[in-house]
Design a binder for this molecule. Structure first.
Ligand code: G3D
Ligand code: MG
Length: 185
């Protein structure tokens, strides 16, 4: 393929991603790790959300991720409906040291998500804080089981503290979104 043909092939996408889960599971830490040096934050007090951007370059596509991270105003219904509006992907996060945060995924967060998101939308399940080895209360198997039960596209365990599996988690989600849009990378 010539350079000109390659340039025509290069496609650009913009995806809105939401990150949800109980307080203190590590949502903000995961995003901060992912965006690293290119950290950009745009706090919208009226929306109660931090909006962070990251561009991901793939072989034949450029993907701009606009990540929405709720900033402690989860209780306001109107905020949540705006938060979910138009999103293409979601990261559902629990804390591997607190079993109740896993239960919240199905009982609370996924319900909420399905109520607001009507279009085909990818979501993956993340068990965060794997570095706290002595305190693990949710075995990997339980996470896998839940992911299957809720039909998540993927399941992955991460440590935002150590930066483990962060890139992998986001790329699982991006690949699923692209595949939902019929794009092969
Ligand atoms: P949230 O955005 O979901 O509310 P935060 O969660 O990202 O604010 O993280 C909540 C607390 O958990 C923070 O601790 C943060 O440092 C910690 N944390 C997040 N991810 C990890 C992880 O992978 N491993 C460990 N050990 N801790 C993590 P503080 O003490 O600042 O409240
Ligand atoms: Mg946060």
């Amino acid at each position: 393929m010539t350079i000109e043909e390659k340039a025509r092939e290069l496609r650009e996408f913009v995806f809105k991603i939401v990150i949800i889960g109980d307080a203190a599971v590590g949502k903000t830490s995961l995003i901060n790790q992912f965006v690293e040096g290119s950290f950009q934050e745009d706090y919208k007090p009226t929306l109660g959300a931090n909006i962070v951007r990251k561009d991901v370059n793939l072989d034949n596509a450029r993907v701009r991720l606009i990540m929405w991270d709720l900033a402690g105003q989860e209780k306001y219904r109107v905020v949540r409906s705006m938060y979910f509006q138009g999103c293409q992907g979601a990261l559902l996060v629990y804390d591997v040291t607190r079993y109740n945060t896993l239960e919240s995924i199905n009982n609370k967060w996924l319900k909420d998500y399905k109520k607001h998101v009507k279009k085909k939308c990818a979501y993956i399940l993340i068990g965060n804080k794997t570095d706290l080895k002595d305190q693990i209360a949710v075995p990997t198997e339980r996470g896998k089981e839940l992911a299957t039960k809720i039909k998540a596209s993927d399941f992955i365990e991460t440590s935002a503290r150590l930066g483990e599996n962060i890139e992998e988690a986001f790329s699982l989600l991006v690949n699923q979104i692209l595949s939902n849009h019929g794009v092969n990378i």
